[in-house]
Design a protein around this ligand. Structure first.
Ligand code: PMP
Length: 395
């Protein structure tokens, strides 16, 4: 029903079930990208001529659109980056580095683990990791024990985890962390495509966003920085466009946010086109997206359960559009090769979440991640392909 809005589906016969890796882009996003390059391609915030002014206005309009979309208090709280990886690295280096302890969960993506390792933090020395139970539920009791011993820490947790699609009760995490005077960053890479985010209601201090996982272009993302931190966070990169004055003797003075954080020429086309994906989501509505994804997920789960020797690691309660599984005695990489031959796209492997795979004592999983534009037929095709692959591998 919605596939007609996405040019990929007109051109590809692939059954696309890898939305956790990246989502498809609606025609309006593609058109906005082409429009920029073909009609008014110029740099932003520099020259004053007509096309450059149009580019700057369109770029800044995305900032305002994103501010409204996540209900930030003001547009200065929105800073563009190239995605969640850059957003987390930025905050890790320019702000969180000053904290004695960083607290994460055991289900985090490497993007929310490796930057802390780069600061010399390991579990028990500058890094604390909240356990999950056998159903991968966030262990609030353990979290509170860590908080009691480490008040005033920096907490960085994914809203929706990528490897298993587990939805964390992020509001509860934030308020508990705040009660121990912690500062909280939310990794929204997997959540903005499915959940209405209101940063003021959540009361998070930082919220990081990935454009390409939200039906927008690759190479664009953003970070919401709560007003009260804007003057405390240092620029992560510096150079052109960030400065107020530069003098060989006196050094550099910076502009205010957001400009002091956006050094060099930005992904202008990407930022401009990103607002089209936000408009697209608004037109469809989160309620429709949720209902559709839940229907599809239930059907997927019911059909997968009929396959022999399937192993799940969590139930579908609290899952957002993702099922991660294995088959006893089957190497997941072999499944991937066979599914690819049958034009079914899923992801297999550790999904950039090696620590949780180690904890489960597995090398990886087969991950099917849905978007609202998938349909029941996609799931039927996946199941047929899985049955064929299993029969080949078991022979
Ligand atoms: N965090 C999570 C939970 C993710 O799923 C991803 C992408 N797989 C990232 C971070 C990295 O995001 P990006 O691709 O925007 O850098």
């Amino acid at each position: 029903m919605y596939k007609k809005d996405f040019p990929y589906f007109q051109n590809s016969k692939t059954v696309y079930l890898d939305n956790g890796a990246t989502t498809q882009k609606p025609q309006s996003v593609v058109d906005a990208t082409v429009d920029y390059y073909t009609k008014y391609c110029s740099n932003t915030h520099r020259s004053g001529f007509g096309d450059a002014a149009t580019a700057t206005t369109e770029f800044e309009n995305t900032r305002i659109a994103l501010q409204k979309f996540i209900n930030a208090n003001k547009k200065e709280e929105i800073i563009f980056t190239k995605g969640v990886t850059e957003s987390i690295n930025f905050i890790a280096l320019s702000f969180a580095i000053n904290f004695k302890t960083v607290i994460i969960s055991s289900l985090e993506h490497h993007a929310n683990i490796v930057p802390w390792h780069m600061q010399g933090r390991l579990k028990g020395s500058g890094l604390e990791v909240v356990n999950c139970n056998s159903n991968l539920d966030f262990d609030f009791k353990h979290f509170e024990e860590i908080l009691k011993q480490n008040p005033n820490s920096f907490v960085s947790i994914a809203h929706v985890t990528n490897a298993f699609g587990k939805v964390h009760d992020i509001k509860r995490i934030i308020s508990l962390a705040h009660s121990y005077d912690c500062v909280v960053m939310v990794d929204g890479a997997q959540s903005l495509s499915s959940f209405k985010i209101d940063v003021q209601k959540l009361d998070c201090d930082f919220f990081v966003i990935s454009g390409h996982k939200t039906f927008g272009p690759t190479g664009v993302g953003a970070i919401y920085i709560k007003d009260k931190f804007l003057d405390i966070v240092e620029p992560y990169q510096t150079g052109g466009a960030t400065i107020h004055t530069v003098d060989f003797e006196k050094g550099t003075t910076f502009l205010n946010s957001p400009y002091k954080f956006e050094a060099g020429t930005q992904n202008i086309a990407g930022v401009i086109a990103f607002k089209e994906s936000l408009k697209y989501i608004e037109n469809i509505g989160y309620e429709t997206i949720q209902t559709r994804k839940n229907e599809l997920l239930k059907y997927l789960d019911d059909e997968l359960k009929k396959l022999p020797d399937i192993i799940f690691y969590n139930d579908i309660k609290d899952c957002s559009g993702t099922r991660s599984f294995n088959f006893t005695g089957i190497v997941h990489d072999d499944i991937s090769i066979l599914l690819d031959k049958m034009k079914v796209a899923v992801r297999v492997g550790h999904h950039c979440a090696m620590p949780i795979m180690n904890k489960l004592n597995i090398k990886g999983t087969i991950r099917v991640s849905l978007a609202f534009y998938n349909d029941f037929e996609d799931i039927d095709k996946l199941i047929i392909a899985l049955k064929r692959a299993l029969s080949m591998l078991k022979d």
